[in-house]
Design a protein around this ligand. Structure first.
Ligand code: SF4
Ligand code: SF4
Length: 368
């Protein structure tokens, strides 16, 4: 007998779990591969940095993710739900582990297993905001980290324990969206009514169904395409294909169309990220009273590169800088420099020139 869909699903779930847990530990240029730095409002993205002010990039990334969701759902149906959704994966894992302790009544074993699993999920979520080493050293020392950890742990545990698979058919917004994206060729699990005379009436397909449906009654919007019923029917009838199988068409024009659109979107997004200027500077005059014909300016500087940038500032016209005119920008960092400017002659606007190796940026700001 070949490995059933359950074996492939477990392999996919394990791989997905390993990737999700490992990503915050992978360091690229000294930073987690993927982490949102709440304090500095920047996203570390596989060796690059996206600042929250770059909303167009965040918007482009969201559009890209929506495109992928539409493509995957239209072609592969609820494959995400049945194979890789963390909700399904965690419940499957807890069921598998709990089945090792058949002596415990009801769902008690599963509830016990979900306690450490929910804690791990809570920790993993924090790692995407605070580096794992800092999280672990602050756990039960920092009130914020500990608070987030405990609250998330409780919410995740309660959700998995008391809502469980009901979440998929009642609350999950992706589930609600899916039905509108299906077409007649979308991959779904279906029962072959033309072979119903081969059915043994064992109802094993019904007993194993995590969504609690009888696929023999026809395709059902609650079905998460986990293929447990396929494995069950194959084991009972000893036939492949069994009476229940995946049906639909993957190789078709729509697949090619979606693949092309998604690829173009991915290339466009990558180009936009790579083509950003290495240095971004915004200068504004501080709204404080001026004395002795001196104004104070704030220069907010974003270094979008992996290199240190040593920047010098000079002015054009009848103005001079009081104090230090040099600034060092660490890789992928944001820094605000206060610049005191004194007028040495007439003028109502200051022309700043920022210079570094191969970079010249000019900015203007009013003078009072
Ligand atoms: S009908 Fe089959 S594929 Fe659908 S949820 Fe139930 S067991 Fe999974
Ligand atoms: S598992 Fe297969 S044989 Fe048994 S009731 Fe379901 S469809 Fe019929």
């Amino acid at each position: 007998m070949t490995m059933g869909f359950r074996g492939y699903r477990r392999a996919a779930a394990l791989l997905q779990a390993l990737i999700i847990i490992a990503v915050p530990f992978i360091k690229i240029r000294g930073e987690s591969a993927l982490r949102f730095d709440v304090v500095n409002l920047k996203l570390h993205f596989f060796g690059s940095v996206i600042w929250i002010k770059e909303l167009y990039l965040v918007l482009a990334a969201v559009i890209f993710i929506i495109l992928i969701l539409i493509a995957v759902t239209t072609i592969l149906g609820r494959i995400w739900c049945g194979w890789t959704c963390p909700q399904t994966v965690l419940l499957d894992i807890s069921d598998d582990i709990a089945s090792v302790f058949p002596v415990l009544p009801g769902n008690i074993a599963r509830h016990i297993v979900l306690i450490p699993l929910s804690a791990l999920v809570s920790l993993t979520l924090i790692w995407y905001f605070v580096p794992p080493a800092d999280t672990m050293s602050s756990l039960f020392r920092s009130r914020i980290i500990t608070g987030f950890f405990i609250v998330q742990w409780g919410v995740i545990y309660a959700e998995l324990t008391y809502l469980g698979r009901t979440f998929c058919t009642t609350i999950c917004p992706y589930s609600m969206l899916q039905n509108g994206l299906f077409d007649s060729e979308t991959l779904v699990i279906s029962y072959d009514h033309s072979r119903s005379d081969e059915c043994m009436g064992c109802d094993k397909c019904v007993r194993v169904c995590p969504a609690g449906i009888d696929i023999k009654d026809g395709t059902n919007r609650k079905c998460i395409a986990c293929a447990e019923c396929v494995d069950a029917c194959r084991s009972m009838t000893g036939r492949i294909p069994s009476l229940i199988e995946y049906s639909g068409k993957i190789k078709r024009k729509k697949t090619a169309l979606f693949a092309s659109i998604t690829l173009i979107a991915a290339l466009a997004l990558t180009s936009v990220i790579l083509m950003r200027p290495p240095l971004d500077i915004v200068v504004s005059r501080d709204n404080i009273s001026t004395v002795d014909r001196t104004n104070i300016y704030s220069a907010v500087m974003h270094n979008n590169t992996k290199d240190i940038i040593d920047l010098s500032v000079r002015l054009k016209g009848n103005f001079r800088i009081l104090g230090n005119s040099m600034v060092r920008l660490e890789p992928f960092s944001m820094s605000t420099k206060k610049i005191a400017v004194k007028a040495t002659g007439p003028g109502d606007s200051v022309h700043f020139i920022f210079e570094a190796d191969g970079i010249v940026l000019e900015r203007k700001a009013g003078f009072l």
